[in-house]
Write a protein of this length. Structure first.
Length: 270
């Protein structure tokens, strides 16, 4: 059974590596035996979680490459560096995304006044950038005849955010999740299915992993209201996410493609 979930000798690429979830995915992959090429934007500071991983794993198994996923030449350069230093990628975790967490300090707009540029940037990164990264790294997998691509979706790919979760936040206009965020993640779920059907004959699987609310620095009122809506009564923690990722990345899911795996504590069951 352990061999089913082993990632020994696998080469993984994780985009958005320095973001909130990046170190969770990377740690899971490294501990399962994979080597990881971590990607993030030039100039983004190394997160505490990623620094911890750099202290634990040497450069022969963990490398950091800088690339904007909206720019194909940068992605191709990062792919070449990955192949030269670690080997041909067999796993891609499309994690990079723009989100707006609930915060008193956030910039808010009336729904009818949201600037087009705000929506455009979210869609460019969350959907078009994901597609570009899939094209570049997926090409290596197609040549090798094997691979697993895991697109990180969202609870809000299938449902609309409940504005009552945020109505205690002092903001004028009131805070709400950007509409383009859920739209971009819904597009990712459909794109997953599209790519899965095209690439299945070539040995490349494509799936979406959609987390629910992940415990972070949310305020207490938000956490309480959110958890009341979750059948399991709590938000997700890092250990809840590692197993589903390893399932989709490994041979344990060898007959799974084109699906969306919800990791939401039952949120969407109600």
């Amino acid at each position: 059974m352990n061999k089913l979930f082993s990632l020994d000798s696998e080469i993984a690429v994780v985009t958005g590596a320095l973001g909130n979830l990046g170190s969770i995915w990377i740690e899971a992959l490294l501990e399962a035996g994979a080597s990881v090429c971590a990607l993030d934007l030039p100039g983004v500071a190394v997160s505490e979680g990623f620094q911890h991983l750099q202290d634990r794993f040497d450069t022969s198994r963990l490398m950091l490459q800088r690339a904007d996923i909206r720019k194909r030449p940068m992605l191709e350069m990062a792919c070449d560096q990955c192949v030269a230093s670690l080997g041909t990628p067999s796993i891609l975790v499309n994690n990079a995304a723009i989100d707006q967490p609930p915060s008193d300090a956030g910039i808010s707009h009336q729904l009818e006044d949201i600037p087009l540029e705000v929506n455009r940037e979210i869609l460019e990164v969350n959907t078009l950038g994901l597609f570009l990264a899939t094209q570049v790294f997926g090409k290596c997998m197609l040549r090798a005849g094997r691979g697993s691509i895991i697109n990180i979706g969202s609870l809000y790919a299938g449902i609309s955010p409940d504005v009552r979760f945020y109505d205690h936040i002092q903001s004028d206009p009131p805070f709400f999740k950007p509409p383009a965020y859920g739209a971009s993640k819904a597009a990712v779920v459909n794109l997953t299915r599209y790519l899965a059907t095209h690439w299945a004959p070539h040995g490349v699987r494509v799936n979406t992993l959609s987390p629910g609310g992940v415990l972070g620095e949310q305020d207490e009122q938000f956490r309480d209201k959110f958890c009341q809506r979750v059948p399991m009564g709590r938000m997700a923690v890092s250990d809840d996410l590692r197993g589903p990722l390893l399932f989709l990345a490994s041979r344990a899911s060898s007959y799974v493609t084109g699906t969306e795996l919800m990791v939401d504590g039952g949120f969407t069951a109600w």
